[in-house]
Design a protein around this ligand. Structure first.
Ligand code: GFB
Length: 303
C-alpha cells in the first residue's frame, strides 16, 4: 500500500529511474540478496517502505515474525545503503513506537520515555531499532539517513483480510458484507473507546516526497529528534469510525462490540506541529478518504 502510493507520487512529480521490487523479486530478509541488489542497481536515494505489518491481532499472534523480519529488512537495507554511498535514505515506521501511556499528542521527543504497548511491542522494538540505525549511521559515518513516523494509514492496496488487517479496511469489508448479506449487525472488536488517527496513504506519499526534497538528516538530529511525525493531528474513537463507515457503506443494522478482543493503546494522536511548520499538511478528510477506499475495494473485490 505505502510503496505503491509513493511510486504514484514520484511518477506524478516526474521522477524517473524509480526502482521497485516486490517480495517475489527480492527477499529483503536475505542479506546477500540485498547486498547484490545494491551493488547492481546502485540507487542514489532509498525509501524504506517495506515491512512486515498488520493489525492488532496479527501483531499479537505473529510476534516472532514481526520482530525478526522487520529487524532483518531494515538492517540489511540500511547497512547496504551505507556501503553503497546512498545520498539520502528515509526509513518509515509507525506511531506505535511511542510509549503506551505517553502524553497526547505524541511529540517526537517522547520516544523511549516509557513502556510500550504489549500487543505491538515486537513491531515497535524493531521499528525503534531502525530509527536508531539511521541515527547512528549518521553519527558515525555522516550518512544522510533519517526516519519518518506515519500514523495509522489506509487507502488503495490496503489489506482486507479480517484476521491480519487494520481496523479501517476490516470495517469497510465487514459493513459491506453485512449490507449485501442482509445481516442485522456488525461485530467490532474491543470496547470501541480507543482513539485512533487515520491518514490517507496518498497524503503520506506526498509527505514523504516533501521530506525527500526539503529535509536532511542533520535537520532532525541537530534539533534533538531522531524521527519526524506524519499525521493529520486529529483522531476519533473506534465507535465513531464504525459509525462513519456504516454511513459510507449504507449499512442500516446495529454495531455490536466484542470485548474479548484487545483494545490496544488507548490513544495515539500524533503531534504534527513540526512537519506543519516545515510547510506540509494532510489534505484528505477522513470521510472522503474512506469513500475513495470503499470505491477501490468495490472495484477490486466486488462482483
Ligand atoms: O488498526 P488496529 O488493528 O491496530 O486496531 P492498532 C485499532 C483498534 O480498532 C483496536 C479495534 O482497538 C481494535 O480492537 N478494532 C475494532 C479492530 N474492530 C476491529 C477489526 O475488525 N479489526 C481490527 N484490526 N481492529 C496497530 C499496531 O495497532 O497499528 C501496529 O498493532 C501498527 O504495530 C499499526 O502500529 C499502525 O492501531 O491498535
Amino acid at each position: 500500500m505505502v510503496g505503491s502510493a509513493i511510486y504514484r507520487q514520484l511518477v506524478s512529480k516526474h521522477y524517473s529511474n524509480i526502482i521497485t521490487k516486490n517480495l517475489s523479486e527480492l527477499d529483503l530478509t536475505r542479506q546477500s540478496d540485498v547486498e547484490e541488489f545494491f551493488q547492481k542497481e546502485n540507487p542514489g536515494i532509498v525509501i524504506v517502505a517495506a515491512a512486515k505489518v498488520g493489525g492488532i491481532l496479527a501483531n499479537d499472534m505473529f510476534r516472532a515474525e514481526f520482530i525478526y523480519e522487520n529487524l532483518m529488512i531494515e538492517s540489511n537495507i540500511i547497512h547496504s545503503a551505507y556501503k553503497n554511498n546512498v545520498q539520502k535514505l528515509i526509513f518509515l515506521g509507525s506511531s506505535c513506537i511511542y510509549p503506551k501511556l505517553a502524553p497526547q499528542p505524541l511529540k517526537e521527543e517522547y520516544l523511549l520515555s516509557d513502556y510500550l504497548e504489549f500487543t505491538n511491542e515486537p513491531y515497535a522494538i524493531a521499528k525503534i531499532a531502525g530509527i536508531k540505525l539511521c541515527e547512528n549511521y549518521y553519527r558515525q559515518y555522516d550518512c544522510n539517513f533519517f526516519s519518518a513516523m506515519p500514523t495509522n494509514l489506509y487507502g488503495f492496496n490496503d489489506n482486507f483480510n479480517l484476521n491480519t488487517s487494520h481496523v479501517l479496511p476490516a470495517l469497510i469489508r465487514k459493513f459491506h458484507e453485512a449490507k449485501i448479506n442482509f445481516q442485522q449487525d456488525v461485530v467490532v472488536w474491543g470496547t470501541g473507546t480507543p482513539k485512533r488517527e487515520f491518514l490517507y496513504v496518498d497524503d503520506l506519499a506526498e509527505a514523504i516526497v516533501f521530506l525527500l526534497e526539503k529535509v536532511n538528516a542533520k535537520d532532525l538530529y541537530q534539533a534533538g529528534i531522531t524521527q519526524i511525525n506524519i499525521g493529520k493531528g486529529k483522531d476519533l474513537t473506534i465507535n465513531e469510525l464504525a459509525e462513519l463507515i456504516s454511513e459510507v457503506t449504507s449499512f442500516k443494522g446495529k454495531i455490536v462490540y466484542d470485548s474479548s478482543k484487545p483494545d490496544g493503546t488507548p490513544r495515539k494522536l500524533m503531534d504534527v506541529t513540526r512537519i506543519n511548520n516545515l510547510g506540509w499538511k494532510a489534505k484528505t478528510d477522513l470521510k472522503s478518504g474512506i469513500q475513495k477506499t470503499y470505491q477501490w475495494y468495490l472495484e477490486k473485490f466486488s462482483s
